[in-house]
Structure formats: C-alpha cells, structure tokens
Design a protein around this ligand. Structure first.
Ligand code: MN
Length: 214
C-alpha cells in the first residue's frame, strides 16, 4: 500500500511539469493580400502565392514620426500589425508606437490574443496590470529604457506622468492582437444591457449618465 502511495505521489508531482511551445510555421512566409482573388485563406486572410512576394510586403516606413496627440486622450497609437505589413500573417507578432502628450493616457484595455511588452523610449510612463483572480493592481513608474510586460488578457493602461512628451514602443505576441477597451464595452452596448450595468455598479442612472435609458 505504501508503495502505491509513493508511486501515485511521484506521478502527481510529475504532472506539475509542463513543457509547451508555439507551433512552428509550415512555410517561410504567408503574405496576406486583401486584393487577391485566390480562394485559399490563412487566419481569415486571403494570401498571395509566395513567388509573388515583394520587399514591400515585408516593409513599413515612418515609425520614427510622432503621432498626433491632439485628442481627448492626449495620445496616439500607431499599430503595425498584419494590416500594415501583410508578411506578418501567421507569424504571431506585431508592434505599435505610442505617443503621449503630457498626462496623456491609454484607457484601461486588454488584448485578447497577445501578451504586450512595452519599452519607454522617451519620457516617463506609469504601467498597470490588474488580475481578475483577486483584482490586484501591479504598477510601476517607468523611465527611458525601462521595459514592462502586460500578460495576455489582463486589463492594463499607461499614463504619461510627466510634463514632457513620452514615446513608447510595444511588441505584441499576435499578428492582430485585438483590443477591448473596458469603458467602450460597458458604456457603448445596446440599451437592454444598461439594466444590468445599473446592478453591476450599485448606482442609479444619474451616476452612469444614462438617464435616457431608464
Ligand atoms: Mn495594451
């Protein structure tokens, strides 16, 4: 009996060890081409015959140029994903440049398909990550050269906490990470859901600014 317990214990401990890796690509590249009439698609995108690939399919220029931050968020995100570089199709990677005016902020959001790793190029930023298990807030003031990771699916935001401009660059582990902005999800739903929101926030429609729906 003791031997059986020992064997089961060893097996249980062995099950803790998990080794995983991303599947390897099956081709050198798979250039997305929204103009092609080919029937074949990969990741929901029609793709070009590999022999027709050109250098421009692998290229994006101008990322050194600052984005226009004249908007309520005082922020501009320049995404570089499969929509800008067709060659990123099936590669599982993308990036973005973010320009922040003083006190500019990216509202709390998640990327459903990507972990994000952010590098501050100029200025200072506060980065936050919240976990849905215990809603723990993890935050840190970042400065030039600092790197911060936002795990896939977790709510996060950045804010320029200085009086100068800030620039950051993010790499994301998806060709098209997607974004779910929390405020948009909550407040731009159809009116039937507002009754649920009233109970979710434990407050009346006046507080939510939704008088017309109640
Ligand atoms: Mn993000």
């Amino acid at each position: 009996m003791a031997n059986h317990i020992l064997v089961l214990t060893v097996l249980a401990m062995a099950c803790i060890l998990v080794i995983a890796f991303e599947p390897s690509p099956l081709q050198d590249f798979c250039v997305a081409d929204s103009l092609t009439l080919l029937a074949q698609v990969m990741n929901d995108l029609p793709f070009l015959e590999s022999k027709l690939a050109q250098a421009d399919h692998f290229f994006f220029g101008g990322l050194h140029m600052a984005g226009n931050t004249s908007n309520p968020l005082r922020l501009k995100i320049i995404p570089i994903n499969v929509a800008q570089i067709p060659r990123l199709n099936t590669r599982g990677i993308s990036l973005s440049r973010i320009d922040y005016a003083p006190w500019g902020v990216t509202p709390p959001h998640t990327h459903p398909r990507a972990t994000e790793i952010l590098t501050v190029l100029e200025g200072s930023v506060v980065g936050f990550v919240t976990s849905n298990l215990d809603n723990k807030l993890i935050s840190k003031v970042l400065n030039k050269g600092d790197v911060f990771v936002f795990p896939v699916g977790l709510v996060h935001y950045q804010q320029n906490v200085g009086n100068g401009t800030t620039v950051s660059r993010s790499s994301l582990s998806s060709q098209y990470p997607g974004v779910i902005t929390i405020a948009n999800v909550i407040f731009f739903l159809n009116e039937n859901v507002y009754f649920i929101l009233k109970r979710l926030f434990y407050c009346g429609p006046q507080t939510l600014g939704l008088n017309e729906y109640f």
